[in-house]
Ligand binder design. Structure first.
Ligand SMILES: *[C@@H]1O[C@H](CO)[C@@H](O)[C@H](O)[C@H]1NC(C)=O
Ligand SMILES: *[C@@H]1O[C@H](CO)[C@@H](O)[C@H](O)[C@H]1NC(C)=O
Ligand SMILES: *[C@@H]1O[C@H](CO)[C@@H](O)[C@H](O)[C@H]1NC(C)=O
Ligand SMILES: *[C@@H]1O[C@H](CO)[C@@H](O)[C@H](O)[C@H]1NC(C)=O
Ligand SMILES: *[C@@H]1O[C@H](CO)[C@@H](O)[C@H](O)[C@H]1NC(C)=O
Ligand SMILES: *[C@@H]1O[C@H](CO)[C@@H](O)[C@H](O)[C@H]1NC(C)=O
Ligand SMILES: *[C@@H]1O[C@H](CO)[C@@H](O)[C@H](O)[C@H]1NC(C)=O
Ligand SMILES: *[C@@H]1O[C@H](CO)[C@@H](O)[C@H](O)[C@H]1NC(C)=O
Ligand SMILES: *[C@@H]1O[C@H](CO)[C@@H](O)[C@H](O)[C@H]1NC(C)=O
Ligand SMILES: *[C@@H]1O[C@H](CO)[C@@H](O)[C@H](O)[C@H]1NC(C)=O
Ligand SMILES: *[C@@H]1O[C@H](CO)[C@@H](O)[C@H](O)[C@H]1NC(C)=O
Ligand SMILES: *[C@@H]1O[C@H](CO)[C@@H](O)[C@H](O)[C@H]1NC(C)=O
Ligand SMILES: [Cu+2]
Length: 593
């Protein structure tokens, strides 16, 4: 492979002709031994045992699942080096919930924003969280089924003081365990006929869990959340599950929600939470001044699946246990059986919202109809098209730079085809459009209906709510008026309103509104990893090639344009990368505000 870094990464800058773009003055840099990344993540595959299940091949970050906590501040540029230490698998790292508009090659989506990191290479991700987006996030691989275990918490602290006061914050990271390993699951999901992954065998809290799966006990040790009496804790709940739509509650402790998906909300008291795959909440938990016992259970259950998986953790007021806590013999709680509409219309922004696009401002409504098709393999389609990382010949962002039309979406073809370009299978949008995106649930070929947590990259949308049948803007506007201002999220649920109906019947919608401002290639997809592999992903290209290239020119990005190109480092070579966000000096790798 031609190795171009010396000749290519010069300091010649693309002239920034597009006046409304923030001129970021990108710079080329070689990340040699003088460069120190702000954090390093090493991804391996090892045989480990989780919960009460036998050892199997598992993708780990720094040797654990979940991987280490990353804690960064808004308004500062960071470089995080992700090593692919796996022998035979590609890797990317996605910063779930962050907008990567500042550094579009660093969103971590294989074949969308970047070529994946080849085995035994590493890639330096540039991360810059705009002021106002502090909150709870996570990172995970976006390749195949790797995110089931190749994931960890990512906390963004505010530049100034938090609007809520608490004594300490604690992470409650939810994950699933499957009996089959990741590669077997992936192969089964694309097989014809489908070979299902199996249901979640356990819901883990911070990497541990026991309880029961489909009525069979799993007597494995539990995580503890250590607390002291009479204090206020900010619990950061992270839906890192692959499949489980979790319902959870603590014994004798209520929760006050203060954040959803990286935005502070007005406080909202609840006795339980529902967290779909990809969602996050922060909630204040006020510990009892005089607890009657030293331990209280946290009970977590799956919802909307054919079998029930139940896991536990322990809120511990006592001494750190010398022998691990085990699941209870008797059920401590009965969690609510409802799922639809949880907190929809109920949460409101803490600060007066800026720039909410009104119904009158909407320039285009795109209905994305999701449907399960059974022809040979079982696949999920959006407006008739499935998308998986095996579909494109090269990443869309690479095509925009190459200007070769290979995966370049056509607005004309898309407008004639319900918003999706049938050739590139991308949904293009122009900068300045105000989109209403409606996700429509339909009866599958065989009539079944399912629940889908829909996640958007690139920006946080305004969540307009959800309902049965089809979206009606006028009646939903009335509902919004009655309830109060919507919030911005990056992952919200498409519910099911029956378990079966007939093929193609519209039953259930979710609606979002978004101003198209950030040029780049952004995915919108169901966050259930099984569904993603079965095609439930879409590509959105915001801006045309002039606008995408407005950031930096072709010569500088040459190293991004080939698989294993010079932006990917390895044992024998340092990567040559572009610094997209402003750097003040050669050593201003961090704290550059
Ligand atoms: C390392 O990279 C820096 C910044 O790109 C450069 O100034 C320096 O000369 C390089 N050092 C070596 C030993 O290559
Ligand atoms: C991950 O492990 C590497 C060494 O293997 C270490 O240098 C790095 O600091 C660890 N990362 C975190 C976030 O703890
Ligand atoms: C993991 O276990 C499998 C099957 O037991 C074995 O073939 C493989 O070598 C093991 N891998 C590692 C990294 O130990
Ligand atoms: C890694 O990604 C490249 C580029 O998309 C692809 O050609 C290759 O088959 C992938 N390798 C594996 C092991 O999936
Ligand atoms: C769940 O348990 C029931 C009753 O034992 C059994 O019939 C069913 O096959 C199990 N389902 C799964 C997915 O294991
Ligand atoms: C939530 O409950 C706590 C404790 O009862 C109370 O202090 C707080 O005011 C409540 N918050 C709201 C928004 O009602
Ligand atoms: C779990 O195992 C412990 C001993 O290891 C035992 O005391 C307890 O009764 C078991 N619990 C269940 C639910 O089987
Ligand atoms: C909860 O709902 C499911 C499916 O809607 C139903 O099968 C189950 O019996 C319900 N459980 C309770 C306790 O109502
Ligand atoms: C892309 O290619 C077309 C012709 O193939 C050319 O007209 C256009 O200027 C190119 N765009 C850029 C940004 O280089
Ligand atoms: C379901 O409806 C679609 C669209 O009308 C049709 O193409 C498909 O064959 C139907 N599936 C079955 C199993 O009848
Ligand atoms: C949703 O609408 C369908 C069709 O009108 C109806 O059959 C179903 O019962 C509704 N579901 C709920 C939960 O209201
Ligand atoms: C891209 O859009 C901008 C703004 O609408 C326009 O000025 C420019 O000519 C467009 N470029 C291409 C290649 O269509
Ligand atoms: Cu789904």
């Amino acid at each position: 492979m031609a190795f171009l870094r010396h000749s290519v990464c010069t300091l010649l800058f693309w002239s920034l002709a597009v006046s409304y773009l923030v001129v970021a003055s990108p710079q080329c840099a070689t990340h040699n031994e003088t460069f120190v990344p702000d954090a390093v993540l090493r991804v391996t595959e090892s045989n480990i045992s989780q919960s009460c299940y036998p050892s199997k091949a598992t993708v780990l970050v720094n040797g654990t699942s979940p991987g280490p906590e990353l804690r960064i501040k808004e308004g500062i540029t960071y470089w995080i080096r992700a090593y692919n230490d796996m022998q035979d698998k590609n890797l990317t790292m996605h910063w779930h919930g962050l907008t990567q508009a500042m550094a579009p090659f660093a969103d971590g989506t294989p074949q969308a924003s970047q070529w994946p990191i080849p085995p035994l290479y590493f890639f330096d991700y540039e991360i810059h969280v705009p002021i106002g987006m502090a909150g709870t996030y996570f990172y995970h691989s976006h390749v195949g089924f790797q995110a089931v275990s190749g994931t960890g918490p990512l906390i963004v602290e505010e530049h100034g003081a938090s609007p809520y006061h608490y004594d300490e914050d604690k992470i409650v990271f939810l994950q699933d365990v499957f009996v089959k390993d990741e590669s077997t699951i992936e192969a089964g999901l694309v097989a014809s006929p489908l070979s299902w992954s199996g249901e979640s065998a356990m819901v883990l809290v911070n990497g541990k869990g026991g309880g029961s799966a489909n009525g069979t006990a799993c007597n494995a040790s539990l995580s503890t959340i250590e607390v002291e009496p009479g204090k206020t804790y900010r619990l950061r709940f992270i839906g890192g599950t692959a499949l489980t739509f979790a319902s959870l509650a603590f014994e004798d402790h209520d929760l006050e929600i203060i954040e959803a998906d990286g935005h502070y909300t007005q406080p909202y008291n609840t006795s339980y939470l529902q967290i779909g795959t990809g969602q996050r909440f922060s909630a204040l938990l006020r510990t009892r001044p005089n607890p009657e016992k030293s331990t209280y259970y946290l009970q977590v259950e799956s919802r909307e699946r054919p079998t029930l998986t139940r896991g536990f953790a322990v809120l511990n007021y006592g001494l750190k246990p010398t022998i691990p806590f085990l699941p209870p013999n008797d059920l401590p709680l009965t969690l609510p059986n409802t799922t639809r509409g949880f907190l929809d219309y109920e949460l409101h922004p803490l600060s007066p919202p800026k720039d909410f696009p009104t119904a009158e401002e909407v320039t285009r409504r795109i209905t994305m109809t999701v449907h399960q098709r059974v022809l040979g393999p079982t696949i999920w389609v959006q407006n008739d098209y499935p998308w998986t990382e095996t579909f494109p010949q090269e990443p869309y962002l690479v095509s925009l730079y190459n200007n070769n039309s290979l995966e370049f979406p056509s607005m004309e073809r898309a407008l004639a085809n319900d918003g999706i370009d049938p050739i590139s299978r991308a949904f293009p949008a122009q900068i300045g459009e105000v989109l209403e995106i409606v996700i429509q649930n339909t009866g599958a070929d065989k009539g079944g209906l399912d629940v889908h947590p829909f996640h958007a990259h690139g920006a946080h949308y305004w969540d307009l709510g959800s309902g049965n049948r089809t979206y009606d803007q006028a009646s939903n506007e009335v509902k919004i008026q009655e309830h109060g201002h919507p919030i911005q999220r990056d992952t919200t649920m498409l519910y099911r309103y029956a378990t079966t109906t007939t093929n193609g019947t519209n039953m259930g919608w979710r609606a979002w509104r978004i101003r198209v401002t950030e040029p780049g290639v952004w995915m919108i997809h169901c966050h259930i990893l099984q569904h993603m592999i079965m095609g439930m992903q879409t590509i959105w290209v915001f801006g045309n090639e002039t606008e995408v290239l407005g950031k930096v020119g072709v010569p500088e990005v040459q190293g991004y344009l080939t698989y294993g190109g010079s932006v990917y480092g390895n044992e024998n070579r340092w990567p040559s990368v572009v610094h997209f966000t402003d750097n003040e000096g050669s050593d201003a790798w961090t704290d550059n505000q």
